[in-house]
Design a protein around this ligand. Structure first.
Ligand code: HEM
Ligand SMILES: *[C@@H]1O[C@H](CO)[C@@H](O)[C@H](O)[C@H]1NC(C)=O
Ligand SMILES: *[C@@H]1O[C@H](CO)[C@@H](O)[C@H](O)[C@H]1NC(C)=O
Length: 377
């Protein structure tokens, strides 16, 4: 009895010391987490934002959203869009945000369609965010996202390799070679060269995107002994190849031809070009899916993993790029339970709520059936 009380006291002291400052990077034990939740509850989880009331074209590099370069304590990560939105104050400038804030930011700042925004954000949040505090880092793991749920949950932020972040990025090296989140000038020179060779007027267009995506895969097959190119990475790899041809092009021109100058702004400077206008209408899956398919069709591939350099072993069981609902199910039934094998109580409720939000994003345009890894309530 006395021993139990001492343990409780110790746990309480540790919580009091560790939690207010959010400085514990160690996963708490399940009991500590339950104890924490019993005291503080989980954070309020706002519903996903609705589509924009006015989804038209708009100056988005405006005086209300000035570029301010990230300071030493501001987190940036692998996604040039989110980095840029943080540097313009569409996201909290420190790079730590709630999922609903990120949905709003990508709708407002770049005119992602509502479903599309929710699909990206809630899958990322479930893989990389903290369901207890409802916060996610857009880059590296940080104590700023609060006390962590028990391992094997990672709460690693968007830079966490092998979750949303994966291999063959266009401007970031594979994690095997170094920092997978930071802009790499050599790779950007490859982006420029490929655009010069294949893109209209030297722009990064859909042809350049197809060639660069292919080259990055071939390069990783040859050089990265630990290459992983399976669901869900294949979907993000192809989507991210297409995104710049849409969202980084000024909405007044909207010709799907990204100039190298504008690319340099987003990828390297994390800055919108002067006078930048967002897309003229919310961009949904119906617009993006055919472009993704077009670049796939130029260089089809079968998903696989390297067992050593230049030894690409096909993985026929992972869903193909064309199987969108299969990838949704793979994320929900395999990837997320990998981090949350048996969530209970308020943690499970928070995860289920976010899974419900993710489902709303795959319902309308893709007509996927909802899947439930942790029960239905
Ligand atoms: C307008 C919206 C967006 C655009 C234009 C965009 C664009 C991109 C691009 C071009 C890349 C590839 C970088 C490269 O290969 O060098 C990328 C990577 C990434 N994006 Fe975004 N993104 C958008 C929204 C989001 C959202 C909403 C999330 C999640 C909350 C997200 C998470 C990521 C992550 C995790 C990566 C890293 C992938 C990797 O390198 O393995 N992005 N994004
Ligand atoms: C290439 O750029 C020139 C000069 O800006 C322009 O007149 C021409 O229409 C462009 N070509 C295409 C195919 O967009
Ligand atoms: C997708 O966007 C297009 C173009 O703005 C629009 O015509 C279409 O109705 C949208 N589809 C859905 C399902 O939102």
């Amino acid at each position: 009895m006395a021993k139990f009380a001492t343990l409780l006291l110790l746990a309480a002291v540790r919580l009091v010391i560790a939690l207010p400052a959010y400085d514990s990077l160690v996963g708490l034990s399940e009991r500590d987490v339950n104890d924490y939740i019993a005291r503080h509850g989980v954070a309020h989880i706002p519903n996903p934002p609705l589509p924009l009331a006015d989804g038209g074209i708009k100056l988005v590099n405006d005086p209300a959203h000035p570029f301010i370069a990230a300071g030493p304590n501001d987190i940036r990560g692998p996604c040039p869009a989110l980095n840029t939105l943080a540097s313009h104050g569409y996201l909290p400038r420190n790079g730590v945000a709630r999922p609903d804030q990120i949905v709003t930011a990508v709708m407002e700042g770049l005119n992602l369609g509502n479903d599309f925004a929710k699909f990206l954000v809630y899958q990322a949040f479930l893989m990389n965010g903290n369901p207890i505090t409802n916060l996610m880092s857009i880059g590296m793991k940080t104590p700023e996202t609060g006390p962590n749920p028990p391992k094997p949950a990672q709460v690693g932020g968007l830079s966490q390799h092998g979750t949303f972040e994966g291999d063959t990025s266009m401007t970031r090296v594979d994690a095997y070679f170094g920092d997978q989140a930071v802009f790499n000038e050599d790779l950007f020179q490859g982006f420029i060269a490929t655009s010069a060779k294949y893109g209209v007027n030297g722009t990064y267009d859909v042809n350049a995107a197809a060639e660069l995506r292919y080259q990055r895969l071939q390069d990783s097959i040859k050089t990265n002994p630990q290459l992983v190119y399976t669901s869900p990475r294949i979907l993000s790899a192809y989507s991210e190849a297409v995104f710049p041809t849409i969202f980084f092009v000024d909405g007044r021109l909207n010709n799907r031809q990204l100039t190298i100058d504008a690319a340099r702004h987003f990828f390297d400077f994390q800055m919108m070009p002067a006078d930048f206008h967002r897309q003229p209408a919310p961009v949904n899956f119906t617009m993006v899916d055919p472009l993704t398919k077009a670049i796939f069709d130029k260089h089809p591939f079968t998903p696989g993993v390297n067992h050593g350099k230049n030894n690409f072993v096909l993985q026929p069981k992972t869903p193909a790029l064309s199987d969108f609902c299969g990838i949704y199910e793979d994320i929900v039934l395999r990837v997320i339970p990998g981090q949350y094998p048996r969530p209970t109580g308020a943690l499970r409720e928070a995860i289920n709520k976010n899974l419900g939000f993710l489902y709303t994003a795959v319902k309308t345009e893709h007509n996927c059936a909802q899947v439930f890894p942790f029960g239905k309530d």
